[in-house]
Design a protein around this ligand. Structure first.
Ligand code: AMP
Length: 145
């Protein structure tokens, strides 16, 4: 998939937004949805997406909607740091397949980094449902508190 093209309303994140596919939700409002990456590159790998913009990548979204996404990215980065105490955090976003994009609905990655731990393969091994559910519960508790 190239940098330019039509938005595919059947992409997995569009299905998640419509409630047609499941996700481990961490945060949702009328504009933004955040959930755990099910093929995490590190413990706590989180994705934040716009709900209303049919945006394949950063070129397709208006600045105000992007700002709403980024406000949630910052908020959840703080939550992940407070709860998981990583040594660092990567915030990343890929545009076009050559840049590493595999799902063509704009999304921000929040990837906690732990001392001495390498990243798992991008979009590689699936985490267990038990691990994801336990992590979701931990982070939701932290968000509520
Ligand atoms: P990108 O390669 O930047 O397009 O990232 C897409 C991300 O979506 C990867 O990190 C995948 O692990 C993740 N992903 C793919 N399908 C799902 C899904 N059903 N639920 C949560 N994360 C997913």
């Amino acid at each position: 998939m190239s940098l330019h093209g039509d938005y595919d309303a059947q992409n997995i994140f569009a299905q998640i937004i419509r409630g047609e596919a499941p996700c481990y939700t961490l945060y949702e409002d009328e504009d933004v949805l955040a959930f755990l990456d099910v093929f995490p590159q590190s413990f706590g790998h989180t994705l934040v997406i716009p709900k209303r913009a049919a945006a394949r990548n950063i070129l397709d979204i208006d600045a105000a909607s992007l700002a709403k996404v980024m406000a949630v990215v910052q908020r959840l980065t703080r939550v992940l740091i407070d709860e998981l105490e990583p040594a660092g955090v990567q915030v990343a976003q890929f545009n076009g397949a050559p840049a590493g994009q595999t799902v063509f609905h704009l999304h921000m990655h929040i990837v906690p980094r732990f001392e001495g731990e390498k990243l798992s393969v991008h979009a590689g091994g699936k985490a267990s449902a038990e691990e994801l559910a336990a992590l979701q519960a931990r982070l939701l508790q932290r968000i509520a508190g």
